[in-house]
Design a protein around this ligand. Structure first.
Ligand code: F6R
Length: 242
């Protein structure tokens, strides 16, 4: 694992943006795994700037998002589909048909999971996966206790996660109870993973990711076994590393 420490959130976002640009330019048909949440927002803004300055085109990019809330339609402002369009897709030249998210209102969520997984496989897997991390070590919405062998599946969200995400909703009660997420095995099959982590409140999670035993109780610990993982941490998140 490669750990890069940068000064702050902006520097983390810029590093990730430049790395994505490099990979997108190197690959004929780049397949990206994308995340939502506060962590990658700055990277998406930097990518939009780079697109507007003609440094990058997303014309050949295929993307798969990690997750989506069950029960939220794509026009709901709290859906991840809405987030991705608002923060990135509406501002760049990615083809609509190439930007994938699980369908949160599929009539059969289990079937949707199987179809999503199949689509990733048929596309030849993910070249570069961007990850954030939850305070409890979740990656995607794979909460503590999720089997490392999991594929795209429906999860019941942990109380801590619903509390952390309540900031986007009117109240915690409005946060959906379930989500569809890529599984841990799906994520681990990505050829390259960049995990972004920022802020003092994530310092303990970073320490555990790096130092804990590999255990399903702390899902991100599995990343220790990924052959091509880079962690980009700002100083606030990295402060407790020795
Ligand atoms: C988002 C995702 C989650 C987030 C994590 C951190 O698609 O899969 O694992 O990366 O909850 O969220 P933020 O970045 O909001 O702290």
């Amino acid at each position: 694992m490669n750990i890069i420490t940068v000064t702050d959130y902006q520097a983390m976002s810029d590093w990730a943006c430049q790395h994505l640009i490099k990979r997108i330019n190197e690959l004929e048909q780049p397949v990206l795994g994308l995340a939502t949440g506060s962590t990658p927002e700055g990277m998406y803004s930097s990518l939009i700037n780079a697109y507007q300055n003609k440094q990058i085109s997303f014309e050949n990019v295929i993307s798969f998002n990690l997750d989506e809330y069950v029960g939220l339609p794509s026009d709901d402002h709290n859906s991840y589909n809405y987030f991705m369009h608002d923060k990135l897709f509406n501002h760049i030249d990615i083809k609509g048909k190439n930007a994938h998210l699980p369908n949160g209102i599929a009539s059969s969520p289990d079937q949707e999971c199987q179809d999503y997984e199949k689509l990733i496989t048929q596309t030849n897997g993910i070249d570069l996966q961007i990850l954030g991390i939850g305070l409890n070590g979740h990656i995607g919405f794979n909460e503590p206790g999720t089997p490392f062998s999991s594929r795209t599946h429906v999860v019941e969200l942990d109380d801590l996660t619903r509390e952390a995400n309540a900031r986007f909703f009117a109240s915690k009660d409005d946060v959906p109870t379930h989500a569809i997420t890529m599984g841990i095995a799906t994520i681990m099959e990505s050829k390259e993973i960049i995990l972004l982590i920022s802020g003092e409140n994530k310092a303990e999670a970073l320490k555990q990711l790096i130092e804990s035993d590999v255990t399903e109780d702390f899902p991100a610990s599995i990343l220790q076994k990924h052959p091509n993982l880079t962690i980009v941490a700002d100083e606030a998140a990295a402060h407790s590393l020795v």
